[in-house]
Design a protein around this ligand. Sequence first.
Ligand SMILES: [Zn+2]
Ligand SMILES: [Zn+2]
Length: 347
Amino acid sequence: MIRFFDALHCSLSSILCMNSPAKSPLTSSASCTTSALVRTLTDAGAKLRIKQVETSVLAKTQVLIEVRAIGLCRTDFYAISGAIKTKPGALIPGHEFSGVVVKTGDSVHNVSVGHHVVVNPVVPCGKCDDCRKKQSHCCAKTNFMGVDLDGACRENLVVNASACYRVPEHINFEVAAFAEPVAATTSIFKANISPTEKGLLIGDSRIAKLANRVLLAHGFDQIQSASLDEASLLESDQYDFVIEADVSTKVFQEMVRLIRPRGKLILKSRQHHPIQLVPREIVLKEPTIHMVNYGRFDQAVDLIVSERVRVDDLVGRNFPLRYFATALKYAAASEKRKTFLIPGDHS
Ligand SMILES: [Zn+2]
Ligand SMILES: [Zn+2]
């Protein structure tokens, strides 16, 4: 993580910061321009600037959203810096976001103008077996907003209504935007773990805290949490499953050491850097390795709205969108709480 943030600091130093152009008012027309944070990659590195971009025309099944909060996470850093493959050319980052519906297409029934919503940034292919069986959260051919497609770092955008989930107005926009990392976290249940099994969660980051709360909300009240240093002091071969919240070669080695023979290793992190696996050390235990991506977004929203998973204390500072450079530096400096960008005049 440190190595990555060092690299990011270098690329941030080359970021070109421009003043935000005047805010374009949302009009009744579905097609207008909006201030957006746009990344371009050049030989000199990543450049970010605020630009006016066209908002796409609203289709019958789509809604226009005024974006109110965008959470920043490592995926944004990877996408911005070009550390992971993204949509070619200019990219608008941002995938953890909430907002207000300001216009709906004629065939939209699940949300209405004025509703507060959080948006699932994972766009399934719609064609594979999982999608056809209405298991689109298992789709392996998804496009991800802010990475493969333009994302939410702008004042307004058009999205499919089916990706929108209403949240009550008393839930603040930053808390609502946590539905995305919660959905990523609930993927751990794809490993068929049970509260009666002996489990360990390795990590002490914000992501580990969130994973611990998601587990508690599902009845895993016996699960043990440990930082990597603490985990290295634990007795070997004793856990039915071990989950990581920040994988590295060292973390994976500890997971293998701590798992009982034929236990489950659950990897949920999305670091772009490789980790080393030494097959001989692993095969002796015949573990099942689960690499999990996403749980169901509707269930994640429900966990937030019902307050079965509380994230208030994980909400960090917010910055107006035009102060993106400061916000990114701030977010890179500490992962204890999530940093947010706030478009328009809402910060
Ligand atoms: Zn994220
Ligand atoms: Zn699919």
